[in-house]
Design a protein around this ligand. Structure first.
Ligand code: GDP
Length: 457
Protein backbone atom coordinates (compact mmCIF):
# COMPACT_ATOMS: atom_id res chain seq x y z
CA UNK A 1 0.00 0.00 0.00
CA UNK A 2 1.14 3.50 -0.77
CA UNK A 3 1.02 5.88 2.18
CA UNK A 4 2.06 8.89 0.12
CA UNK A 5 -0.73 11.29 -0.57
CA UNK A 6 1.11 13.63 -2.94
CA UNK A 7 -0.13 11.94 -6.08
CA UNK A 8 -3.64 12.06 -7.49
CA UNK A 9 -5.59 8.82 -7.68
CA UNK A 10 -8.46 7.80 -9.89
CA UNK A 11 -11.01 4.96 -9.87
CA UNK A 12 -14.54 4.07 -10.79
CA UNK A 13 -16.68 4.59 -7.68
CA UNK A 14 -19.80 2.83 -8.97
CA UNK A 15 -20.05 -0.92 -9.77
CA UNK A 16 -18.38 -2.35 -12.85
CA UNK A 17 -20.56 -3.02 -15.86
CA UNK A 18 -23.00 -0.83 -17.71
CA UNK A 19 -25.63 1.35 -16.09
CA UNK A 20 -27.41 4.63 -16.66
CA UNK A 21 -24.68 6.63 -14.96
CA UNK A 22 -21.20 5.85 -13.65
CA UNK A 23 -19.13 7.97 -11.28
CA UNK A 24 -15.37 8.26 -11.69
CA UNK A 25 -13.59 9.77 -8.72
CA UNK A 26 -10.29 11.65 -8.60
CA UNK A 27 -8.58 12.61 -5.35
CA UNK A 28 -5.33 14.45 -4.72
CA UNK A 29 -3.65 17.82 -5.18
CA UNK A 30 -3.94 17.72 -8.99
CA UNK A 31 -7.51 16.37 -9.16
CA UNK A 32 -8.99 19.61 -10.45
CA UNK A 33 -6.20 20.49 -12.90
CA UNK A 34 -6.21 16.98 -14.35
CA UNK A 35 -9.98 17.10 -14.80
CA UNK A 36 -9.72 20.55 -16.36
CA UNK A 37 -7.15 19.31 -18.87
CA UNK A 38 -9.73 16.99 -20.50
CA UNK A 39 -12.89 19.03 -19.89
CA UNK A 40 -14.60 21.47 -22.24
CA UNK A 41 -16.97 23.71 -20.33
CA UNK A 42 -16.36 26.19 -17.56
CA UNK A 43 -12.88 26.68 -16.11
CA UNK A 44 -13.08 24.27 -13.16
CA UNK A 45 -10.07 25.81 -11.45
CA UNK A 46 -12.03 29.02 -10.88
CA UNK A 47 -15.17 27.37 -9.50
CA UNK A 48 -16.08 27.21 -5.82
CA UNK A 49 -16.30 23.95 -3.83
CA UNK A 50 -19.50 21.89 -3.85
CA UNK A 51 -20.62 22.95 -7.30
CA UNK A 52 -21.62 20.87 -10.35
CA UNK A 53 -20.70 21.66 -13.95
CA UNK A 54 -21.90 20.36 -17.27
CA UNK A 55 -19.46 19.86 -20.15
CA UNK A 56 -17.71 17.39 -22.43
CA UNK A 57 -14.71 15.13 -21.86
CA UNK A 58 -12.29 15.28 -24.78
CA UNK A 59 -9.36 13.09 -25.72
CA UNK A 60 -7.53 15.63 -27.91
CA UNK A 61 -10.16 16.40 -30.57
CA UNK A 62 -12.29 13.35 -29.91
CA UNK A 63 -15.33 13.96 -27.68
CA UNK A 64 -15.78 10.99 -25.31
CA UNK A 65 -18.91 11.87 -23.37
CA UNK A 66 -21.12 14.59 -21.97
CA UNK A 67 -20.67 14.63 -18.22
CA UNK A 68 -21.41 16.39 -14.97
CA UNK A 69 -18.44 17.27 -12.81
CA UNK A 70 -18.80 17.75 -9.04
CA UNK A 71 -16.07 19.70 -7.27
CA UNK A 72 -14.99 19.27 -3.65
CA UNK A 73 -12.11 21.51 -2.72
CA UNK A 74 -9.72 20.44 0.07
CA UNK A 75 -10.32 20.03 2.92
CA UNK A 76 -14.09 19.89 2.36
CA UNK A 77 -14.19 16.39 0.84
CA UNK A 78 -14.31 12.73 1.82
CA UNK A 79 -10.52 12.40 1.63
CA UNK A 80 -9.85 16.02 2.73
CA UNK A 81 -8.02 16.40 -0.58
CA UNK A 82 -9.26 18.00 -3.78
CA UNK A 83 -11.87 15.60 -5.12
CA UNK A 84 -13.55 15.59 -8.51
CA UNK A 85 -16.40 13.27 -9.33
CA UNK A 86 -17.21 12.78 -12.97
CA UNK A 87 -20.70 11.48 -13.64
CA UNK A 88 -20.59 10.01 -17.12
CA UNK A 89 -22.80 7.60 -19.06
CA UNK A 90 -22.40 4.09 -17.70
CA UNK A 91 -20.84 2.32 -20.66
CA UNK A 92 -17.82 0.16 -19.91
CA UNK A 93 -16.10 1.62 -22.98
CA UNK A 94 -16.69 5.25 -21.91
CA UNK A 95 -15.62 4.52 -18.31
CA UNK A 96 -12.39 2.83 -19.38
CA UNK A 97 -11.60 5.53 -21.94
CA UNK A 98 -12.06 8.35 -19.41
CA UNK A 99 -9.99 6.57 -16.74
CA UNK A 100 -7.20 5.87 -19.25
CA UNK A 101 -7.27 9.49 -20.33
CA UNK A 102 -7.04 10.76 -16.74
CA UNK A 103 -4.09 8.44 -16.12
CA UNK A 104 -2.42 9.78 -19.26
CA UNK A 105 -2.90 13.27 -17.83
CA UNK A 106 -1.05 12.38 -14.62
CA UNK A 107 -3.45 10.52 -12.30
CA UNK A 108 -2.64 7.06 -10.92
CA UNK A 109 -5.05 4.11 -10.69
CA UNK A 110 -6.21 3.84 -7.06
CA UNK A 111 -5.58 0.68 -5.05
CA UNK A 112 -8.35 -1.07 -3.07
CA UNK A 113 -9.66 1.17 -0.30
CA UNK A 114 -7.24 3.95 -1.14
CA UNK A 115 -9.81 6.76 -0.98
CA UNK A 116 -10.86 5.66 2.50
CA UNK A 117 -7.20 5.14 3.47
CA UNK A 118 -6.56 8.77 2.54
CA UNK A 119 -9.60 9.87 4.53
CA UNK A 120 -8.01 8.05 7.50
CA UNK A 121 -4.46 9.36 6.91
CA UNK A 122 -5.80 12.91 6.58
CA UNK A 123 -7.78 12.65 9.82
CA UNK A 124 -11.26 12.64 8.33
CA UNK A 125 -12.09 9.23 9.80
CA UNK A 126 -10.46 7.12 12.46
CA UNK A 127 -9.69 3.50 11.73
CA UNK A 128 -12.86 2.04 13.21
CA UNK A 129 -14.90 4.56 11.21
CA UNK A 130 -13.03 3.59 8.04
CA UNK A 131 -13.92 -0.03 8.72
CA UNK A 132 -17.53 1.03 9.24
CA UNK A 133 -17.56 2.37 5.66
CA UNK A 134 -16.87 -1.17 4.42
CA UNK A 135 -19.49 -2.60 6.79
CA UNK A 136 -22.05 -0.05 5.68
CA UNK A 137 -21.50 -0.92 2.03
CA UNK A 138 -21.83 -4.64 2.89
CA UNK A 139 -24.86 -4.23 5.18
CA UNK A 140 -27.95 -6.15 4.09
CA UNK A 141 -30.44 -5.55 6.87
CA UNK A 142 -31.70 -2.61 8.88
CA UNK A 143 -29.88 -3.80 12.00
CA UNK A 144 -26.50 -4.34 10.32
CA UNK A 145 -26.83 -1.00 8.53
CA UNK A 146 -27.65 0.76 11.82
CA UNK A 147 -24.70 -0.83 13.64
CA UNK A 148 -22.32 0.22 10.84
CA UNK A 149 -23.77 3.71 10.66
CA UNK A 150 -23.41 4.20 14.39
CA UNK A 151 -19.77 3.15 14.15
CA UNK A 152 -19.23 5.44 11.15
CA UNK A 153 -20.72 8.37 13.04
CA UNK A 154 -18.11 7.80 15.69
CA UNK A 155 -20.20 6.56 18.62
CA UNK A 156 -17.76 3.78 19.39
CA UNK A 157 -14.72 5.98 18.74
CA UNK A 158 -15.89 8.67 21.17
CA UNK A 159 -16.47 6.06 23.84
CA UNK A 160 -12.95 4.68 23.40
CA UNK A 161 -11.41 8.12 23.16
CA UNK A 162 -12.84 9.11 26.56
CA UNK A 163 -11.48 5.94 28.16
CA UNK A 164 -8.12 6.51 26.58
CA UNK A 165 -7.84 10.11 27.74
CA UNK A 166 -8.55 9.13 31.34
CA UNK A 167 -5.92 6.43 31.21
CA UNK A 168 -3.39 8.72 29.53
CA UNK A 169 -3.74 11.16 32.39
CA UNK A 170 -2.84 8.52 34.94
CA UNK A 171 -0.13 7.08 32.73
CA UNK A 172 1.59 10.46 32.64
CA UNK A 173 1.39 10.80 36.43
CA UNK A 174 2.95 7.37 36.81
CA UNK A 175 5.66 8.32 34.30
CA UNK A 176 6.35 11.31 36.49
CA UNK A 177 6.77 9.02 39.48
CA UNK A 178 9.43 7.15 37.52
CA UNK A 179 11.39 10.38 37.19
CA UNK A 180 11.36 10.75 40.95
CA UNK A 181 11.89 7.08 41.68
CA UNK A 182 14.58 7.74 44.30
CA UNK A 183 12.16 9.72 46.41
CA UNK A 184 9.36 7.16 46.59
CA UNK A 185 6.51 9.57 45.79
CA UNK A 186 3.07 8.75 44.43
CA UNK A 187 1.53 11.34 42.15
CA UNK A 188 -1.13 9.01 40.88
CA UNK A 189 -3.56 8.33 43.69
CA UNK A 190 -3.74 4.53 43.83
CA UNK A 191 -7.30 4.19 45.02
CA UNK A 192 -8.54 6.61 42.34
CA UNK A 193 -6.50 4.79 39.74
CA UNK A 194 -7.87 1.48 40.92
CA UNK A 195 -11.43 2.78 40.66
CA UNK A 196 -10.79 4.14 37.18
CA UNK A 197 -9.21 0.95 35.88
CA UNK A 198 -11.98 -1.07 37.47
CA UNK A 199 -14.65 1.06 35.74
CA UNK A 200 -12.86 0.91 32.40
CA UNK A 201 -12.41 -2.86 32.68
CA UNK A 202 -16.16 -3.26 33.31
CA UNK A 203 -17.01 -1.13 30.32
CA UNK A 204 -14.62 -3.03 28.12
CA UNK A 205 -16.09 -6.28 29.42
CA UNK A 206 -19.54 -5.07 28.32
CA UNK A 207 -18.20 -4.16 24.88
CA UNK A 208 -16.61 -7.61 24.56
CA UNK A 209 -19.90 -9.24 25.52
CA UNK A 210 -21.75 -7.21 22.90
CA UNK A 211 -19.75 -8.95 20.16
CA UNK A 212 -21.95 -12.06 20.18
CA UNK A 213 -25.00 -10.04 19.31
CA UNK A 214 -23.13 -7.51 17.17
CA UNK A 215 -21.56 -10.22 15.07
CA UNK A 216 -24.84 -12.10 14.79
CA UNK A 217 -26.53 -8.95 13.56
CA UNK A 218 -23.79 -8.31 11.05
CA UNK A 219 -23.79 -11.84 9.65
CA UNK A 220 -27.40 -12.83 10.36
CA UNK A 221 -28.51 -14.87 13.37
CA UNK A 222 -27.80 -18.52 12.82
CA UNK A 223 -31.03 -20.44 13.40
CA UNK A 224 -31.24 -24.19 12.97
CA UNK A 225 -34.46 -25.99 12.08
CA UNK A 226 -34.24 -29.56 13.33
CA UNK A 227 -36.68 -32.43 13.84
CA UNK A 228 -37.39 -35.95 12.72
CA UNK A 229 -37.85 -36.74 9.03
CA UNK A 230 -41.27 -35.68 7.72
CA UNK A 231 -41.94 -33.40 10.68
CA UNK A 232 -42.45 -30.58 8.17
CA UNK A 233 -39.15 -28.71 8.47
CA UNK A 234 -38.88 -27.85 4.79
CA UNK A 235 -42.54 -26.90 4.61
CA UNK A 236 -42.07 -24.67 7.63
CA UNK A 237 -39.01 -23.07 6.08
CA UNK A 238 -41.06 -22.30 2.98
CA UNK A 239 -43.92 -20.93 5.06
CA UNK A 240 -41.52 -18.64 6.94
CA UNK A 241 -39.94 -17.46 3.71
CA UNK A 242 -43.30 -17.36 2.01
CA UNK A 243 -42.01 -19.16 -1.03
CA UNK A 244 -41.29 -22.60 -2.42
CA UNK A 245 -37.59 -23.16 -2.15
CA UNK A 246 -36.64 -26.09 0.05
CA UNK A 247 -37.55 -29.50 -1.37
CA UNK A 248 -40.67 -30.91 0.25
CA UNK A 249 -41.30 -34.62 -0.03
CA UNK A 250 -43.15 -37.52 1.55
CA UNK A 251 -40.07 -39.70 1.63
CA UNK A 252 -38.40 -39.49 5.01
CA UNK A 253 -34.91 -38.04 4.94
CA UNK A 254 -35.07 -36.09 1.67
CA UNK A 255 -33.47 -32.95 3.05
CA UNK A 256 -30.12 -34.64 3.32
CA UNK A 257 -27.80 -31.74 3.18
CA UNK A 258 -28.42 -28.42 4.84
CA UNK A 259 -30.24 -25.59 3.11
CA UNK A 260 -29.64 -22.03 4.23
CA UNK A 261 -32.00 -19.13 3.61
CA UNK A 262 -32.21 -15.61 4.97
CA UNK A 263 -35.35 -14.39 6.70
CA UNK A 264 -35.74 -10.80 7.85
CA UNK A 265 -37.81 -10.21 10.97
CA UNK A 266 -38.18 -6.67 12.33
CA UNK A 267 -35.00 -5.56 10.54
CA UNK A 268 -32.83 -8.45 11.72
CA UNK A 269 -31.57 -11.14 9.35
CA UNK A 270 -31.92 -14.74 10.50
CA UNK A 271 -29.97 -17.41 8.64
CA UNK A 272 -32.36 -20.34 8.69
CA UNK A 273 -30.66 -23.67 8.31
CA UNK A 274 -32.85 -26.63 7.41
CA UNK A 275 -31.18 -29.89 8.39
CA UNK A 276 -31.68 -33.54 7.73
CA UNK A 277 -33.87 -35.48 10.13
CA UNK A 278 -32.53 -36.39 13.53
CA UNK A 279 -33.86 -39.96 13.57
CA UNK A 280 -31.35 -42.78 13.98
CA UNK A 281 -29.70 -42.80 10.61
CA UNK A 282 -29.70 -45.98 8.60
CA UNK A 283 -27.88 -45.20 5.40
CA UNK A 284 -24.50 -43.54 5.17
CA UNK A 285 -25.60 -40.31 3.52
CA UNK A 286 -28.18 -39.64 6.17
CA UNK A 287 -25.65 -40.41 8.84
CA UNK A 288 -23.60 -37.49 7.58
CA UNK A 289 -26.73 -35.35 7.63
CA UNK A 290 -27.44 -36.22 11.24
CA UNK A 291 -23.89 -35.44 12.24
CA UNK A 292 -24.18 -32.15 10.40
CA UNK A 293 -27.38 -31.33 12.27
CA UNK A 294 -25.61 -31.73 15.60
CA UNK A 295 -22.69 -29.65 14.35
CA UNK A 296 -24.97 -26.90 13.09
CA UNK A 297 -26.87 -26.86 16.38
CA UNK A 298 -23.65 -26.44 18.30
CA UNK A 299 -22.83 -23.34 16.22
CA UNK A 300 -26.28 -21.79 16.18
CA UNK A 301 -27.85 -19.05 18.26
CA UNK A 302 -31.39 -20.38 18.16
CA UNK A 303 -32.94 -23.82 17.62
CA UNK A 304 -36.34 -24.41 16.07
CA UNK A 305 -37.34 -27.97 16.92
CA UNK A 306 -40.26 -29.12 14.74
CA UNK A 307 -42.38 -32.22 15.29
CA UNK A 308 -45.43 -33.83 13.73
CA UNK A 309 -48.09 -33.45 16.38
CA UNK A 310 -50.12 -36.29 14.88
CA UNK A 311 -47.49 -39.00 14.85
CA UNK A 312 -44.98 -38.16 17.56
CA UNK A 313 -45.78 -38.86 21.19
CA UNK A 314 -45.19 -36.25 23.86
CA UNK A 315 -42.65 -38.61 25.38
CA UNK A 316 -40.64 -38.75 22.15
CA UNK A 317 -40.74 -34.97 21.88
CA UNK A 318 -39.39 -34.63 25.40
CA UNK A 319 -36.70 -37.17 24.61
CA UNK A 320 -35.64 -35.31 21.42
CA UNK A 321 -35.43 -32.00 23.24
CA UNK A 322 -33.27 -33.39 25.99
CA UNK A 323 -30.89 -34.87 23.43
CA UNK A 324 -30.67 -31.63 21.41
CA UNK A 325 -30.47 -29.27 24.33
CA UNK A 326 -27.35 -27.21 24.79
CA UNK A 327 -26.89 -24.88 27.76
CA UNK A 328 -27.72 -21.28 26.91
CA UNK A 329 -29.28 -22.13 23.54
CA UNK A 330 -32.88 -20.90 23.29
CA UNK A 331 -35.21 -23.52 21.79
CA UNK A 332 -38.59 -23.00 20.19
CA UNK A 333 -40.58 -26.23 20.26
CA UNK A 334 -42.93 -26.20 17.30
CA UNK A 335 -45.85 -28.60 17.16
CA UNK A 336 -46.63 -28.87 13.44
CA UNK A 337 -49.62 -30.15 11.44
CA UNK A 338 -52.27 -28.94 13.89
CA UNK A 339 -54.65 -28.90 10.91
CA UNK A 340 -54.65 -32.73 10.97
CA UNK A 341 -55.30 -33.05 14.62
CA UNK A 342 -58.66 -34.23 15.94
CA UNK A 343 -58.03 -34.19 19.66
CA UNK A 344 -55.78 -31.63 21.27
CA UNK A 345 -52.48 -33.11 22.23
CA UNK A 346 -51.09 -31.79 25.48
CA UNK A 347 -48.04 -29.56 25.33
CA UNK A 348 -44.87 -31.44 26.29
CA UNK A 349 -43.06 -30.84 29.55
CA UNK A 350 -40.27 -28.51 28.63
CA UNK A 351 -37.02 -27.51 30.28
CA UNK A 352 -36.20 -23.88 31.02
CA UNK A 353 -35.20 -21.79 28.01
CA UNK A 354 -37.71 -23.50 25.71
CA UNK A 355 -41.00 -22.12 24.40
CA UNK A 356 -43.86 -24.04 22.88
CA UNK A 357 -45.93 -23.00 19.86
CA UNK A 358 -48.38 -24.94 17.70
CA UNK A 359 -48.59 -24.23 13.96
CA UNK A 360 -49.60 -25.62 10.63
CA UNK A 361 -46.74 -25.10 8.21
CA UNK A 362 -48.82 -26.26 5.26
CA UNK A 363 -51.88 -24.24 6.24
CA UNK A 364 -49.67 -21.28 7.22
CA UNK A 365 -51.38 -20.76 10.55
CA UNK A 366 -49.59 -19.07 13.47
CA UNK A 367 -46.56 -18.38 11.24
CA UNK A 368 -46.51 -14.67 12.07
CA UNK A 369 -46.70 -15.53 15.78
CA UNK A 370 -43.77 -17.89 15.29
CA UNK A 371 -41.75 -15.14 13.59
CA UNK A 372 -42.26 -12.82 16.53
CA UNK A 373 -41.20 -15.61 18.91
CA UNK A 374 -38.04 -16.13 16.87
CA UNK A 375 -37.29 -12.43 17.21
CA UNK A 376 -38.07 -12.35 20.94
CA UNK A 377 -35.91 -15.35 21.72
CA UNK A 378 -32.83 -14.01 20.01
CA UNK A 379 -32.59 -10.25 20.14
CA UNK A 380 -35.42 -8.63 22.04
CA UNK A 381 -34.25 -7.13 25.31
CA UNK A 382 -30.64 -7.35 24.16
CA UNK A 383 -30.95 -4.61 21.57
CA UNK A 384 -31.86 -1.25 23.02
CA UNK A 385 -30.87 0.90 20.10
CA UNK A 386 -28.34 3.14 21.82
CA UNK A 387 -25.66 0.90 23.14
CA UNK A 388 -22.51 0.26 21.19
CA UNK A 389 -22.23 -3.17 19.62
CA UNK A 390 -18.89 -4.62 18.63
CA UNK A 391 -19.20 -6.18 15.18
CA UNK A 392 -15.57 -6.48 14.15
CA UNK A 393 -13.25 -9.33 15.15
CA UNK A 394 -10.22 -7.04 15.08
CA UNK A 395 -11.87 -4.75 17.62
CA UNK A 396 -12.85 -7.72 19.76
CA UNK A 397 -9.27 -8.97 19.87
CA UNK A 398 -7.89 -5.53 20.70
CA UNK A 399 -10.46 -5.13 23.47
CA UNK A 400 -9.60 -8.55 24.90
CA UNK A 401 -5.92 -7.63 24.99
CA UNK A 402 -6.77 -4.28 26.60
CA UNK A 403 -8.82 -6.08 29.22
CA UNK A 404 -5.97 -8.48 30.00
CA UNK A 405 -3.52 -5.60 30.44
CA UNK A 406 -5.95 -3.75 32.69
CA UNK A 407 -6.57 -6.81 34.84
CA UNK A 408 -2.82 -7.11 35.27
CA UNK A 409 -2.66 -3.45 36.24
CA UNK A 410 -5.43 -3.99 38.80
CA UNK A 411 -3.57 -6.93 40.30
CA UNK A 412 -0.46 -4.76 40.32
CA UNK A 413 -2.19 -2.03 42.29
CA UNK A 414 -3.56 -4.57 44.76
CA UNK A 415 -0.14 -6.06 45.37
CA UNK A 416 1.49 -2.59 45.46
CA UNK A 417 3.94 -3.25 42.61
CA UNK A 418 6.37 -0.51 41.72
CA UNK A 419 5.38 2.30 39.36
CA UNK A 420 7.46 0.98 36.47
CA UNK A 421 5.54 -2.30 36.31
CA UNK A 422 2.26 -0.47 36.54
CA UNK A 423 3.38 1.88 33.78
CA UNK A 424 4.06 -1.10 31.47
CA UNK A 425 0.57 -2.56 31.92
CA UNK A 426 -1.17 0.76 31.43
CA UNK A 427 0.92 1.52 28.35
CA UNK A 428 -0.04 -1.85 26.91
CA UNK A 429 -3.71 -1.18 27.54
CA UNK A 430 -3.34 2.20 25.83
CA UNK A 431 -1.57 0.59 22.92
CA UNK A 432 -4.35 -1.93 22.26
CA UNK A 433 -7.11 0.63 22.75
CA UNK A 434 -5.26 2.90 20.31
CA UNK A 435 -5.11 0.14 17.71
CA UNK A 436 -8.87 0.15 17.40
CA UNK A 437 -9.23 3.76 16.35
CA UNK A 438 -5.82 3.92 14.67
CA UNK A 439 -4.02 6.18 17.16
CA UNK A 440 -1.49 3.36 17.04
CA UNK A 441 -1.00 1.74 13.63
CA UNK A 442 1.47 -0.29 11.66
CA UNK A 443 1.70 -0.60 7.89
CA UNK A 444 0.74 -4.26 8.18
CA UNK A 445 -2.41 -3.39 10.07
CA UNK A 446 -3.43 -0.78 7.49
CA UNK A 447 -2.60 -3.10 4.59
CA UNK A 448 -4.68 -5.79 6.16
CA UNK A 449 -7.70 -3.55 6.61
CA UNK A 450 -7.68 -1.60 3.37
CA UNK A 451 -6.70 -4.41 1.02
CA UNK A 452 -10.10 -5.97 1.81
CA UNK A 453 -11.89 -2.95 0.40
CA UNK A 454 -12.92 -2.74 -3.26
CA UNK A 455 -11.15 -0.43 -5.67
CA UNK A 456 -12.96 2.90 -5.70
CA UNK A 457 -13.93 2.85 -2.01
P1 GDP B 1 -39.21 -32.60 6.55
O1 GDP B 1 -38.71 -33.96 6.22
O2 GDP B 1 -39.24 -32.39 8.03
O3 GDP B 1 -38.52 -31.50 5.84
O4 GDP B 1 -40.75 -32.56 6.12
P2 GDP B 1 -41.43 -31.92 4.83
O5 GDP B 1 -41.51 -30.44 4.96
O6 GDP B 1 -40.80 -32.51 3.62
O7 GDP B 1 -42.91 -32.44 5.01
C1 GDP B 1 -43.22 -33.81 5.04
C2 GDP B 1 -44.68 -33.99 4.66
O8 GDP B 1 -45.54 -33.38 5.63
C3 GDP B 1 -45.04 -33.34 3.33
O9 GDP B 1 -45.91 -34.17 2.64
C4 GDP B 1 -45.74 -32.05 3.73
O10 GDP B 1 -46.66 -31.61 2.78
C5 GDP B 1 -46.44 -32.47 5.01
N1 GDP B 1 -46.70 -31.37 5.92
C6 GDP B 1 -45.79 -30.46 6.39
N2 GDP B 1 -46.38 -29.56 7.19
C7 GDP B 1 -47.69 -29.88 7.25
C8 GDP B 1 -48.83 -29.32 7.94
O11 GDP B 1 -48.77 -28.31 8.66
N3 GDP B 1 -50.01 -29.97 7.76
C9 GDP B 1 -50.14 -31.06 6.95
N4 GDP B 1 -51.33 -31.59 6.85
N5 GDP B 1 -49.09 -31.61 6.31
C10 GDP B 1 -47.88 -31.03 6.44
Amino acid sequence: MNYQTQDTIVALATPNGSGAIAVIRLSGPEAITIAQSVFKGKNLIKQPSHTIHFGTIHDSDLALDEVLISLFIAPRSYTRENVVEISCHGSTYIIQSIIKLLIKQGARAAKPGEFTLRAFLNGQLDLSQAEAVADLIASDSKASQQAALQQLRGGFSTELQTLREQLVQFASLIELELDFSEEDVEFANRSQLRQLIHDITQLIGRLIQSFDLGNAIKLGISTVIAGRPNAGKSTLLNALLNEERAIVSHIAGTTRDTIEETLNINGINFRLIDTAGIREATDAIEQIGVQKTMEKISQSALLLYVYDVQTLSVKDVEHDIVSLHKPGLPVLVIANKIDLQNTTQQAPNLPEGTTYVAVSAKGKTHIEELKQLIYQHSVQGRLNGNETLITNVRHLEALQKTEQALIKALQGIDTAVSSDFLAIDIKQALHYLGEITGVVTTDDLLDNIFSKFCIGK
